[in-house]
Design a protein around this ligand. Structure first.
Ligand SMILES: [Zn+2]
Ligand SMILES: [Zn+2]
Length: 227
């Protein structure tokens, strides 16, 4: 996918505002959350009640909002955001996530959030990539929603092995005490923002840290939810 300034990334039609990246028609079409469980975001029979997995062993967060499954064209855009230094995609993708959040708010009783939290990268990985894809999504979202966001709210205190190469048990061990909270969250409704949530172990570890520190509730907002 090559960018042409002033044209939509997806349909190549001229944009009303050249900095938008993706036109409003394509943004709306991107937002296709799975008919899924409101808590884990994975496919389920009912959208209104948590699925059997969540009833048996609920994740620490209370609700998960995703733009869509990891499917084209969204998967391609997310990949470019992450690996091709296309930070210009951050604002259009954040806009798709905003639409998904507003839709979810209309259908369920999600509390308004006071603060967004990005998933921190360890210093070295951050330096190599030049930016943190979770951070670049949070900044515009916080501005539009009028909530607080500080990139330094949570830090990663040690590097962790790449998660997808580990078993579930090792994954949990790998993340244990990997994060440190740098700001008070007592009584606040928080949303953790990430690009892709797969096993959920990273956002689960962050949720537990926030709840232990007194957060009133934790939601997870992501571009893609997949297994
Ligand atoms: Zn378009
Ligand atoms: Zn569930």
């Amino acid at each position: 996918m090559l960018t042409v300034p002033g044209l939509c990334w997806l349909c190549r039609m001229p944009l009303a505002l050249s900095g938008w990246g993706i036109c409003s028609v394509c943004t709306r079409a991107l937002v296709t959350p799975a008919v899924g469980c409101p808590q884990c975001g994975l496919s389920a029979i009912h959208r209104a009640v948590p699925c059997g997995r969540c009833l048996q062993k609920p994740p620490p967060w209370s609700a998960l909002v995703a733009v869509a499954d990891y499917v084209p064209p969204l998967s391609g855009l997310v990949h470019q955001l992450k690996f091709s230094h296309q930070s210009a995609l951050a604002t259009p993708l954040a806009r798709a996530l905003l639409l998904a959040v507003l839709q979810a708010r209309r259908t369920s009783q999600l509390p308004r959030v006071d603060r967004l939290v990005s998933v921190p990268l360890y210093r070295r990985r951050h330096w190599r990539r030049g930016y943190n894809q979770s951070d670049v999504l949070c900044s515009p979202l916080a501005r539009w929603l009028g909530c607080d966001y500080q990139a330094s709210a949570v830090t990663r205190v040690r590097p962790t092995a790449v998660q997808h190469r580990l078993s579930a048990r090792l994954r949990k061990k790998n993340l244990k005490n990997a994060f440190r909270l740098e700001l008070p969250v007592k009584g606040l409704h928080i949303a953790i923002v990430d690009d892709v949530v797969t096993t959920g172990s990273t956002v689960a570890e962050l949720s537990r840290l926030l709840l232990r520190s007194g957060a009133a509730s934790v939601q997870v907002w992501c571009l893609c939810r997949t297994l």
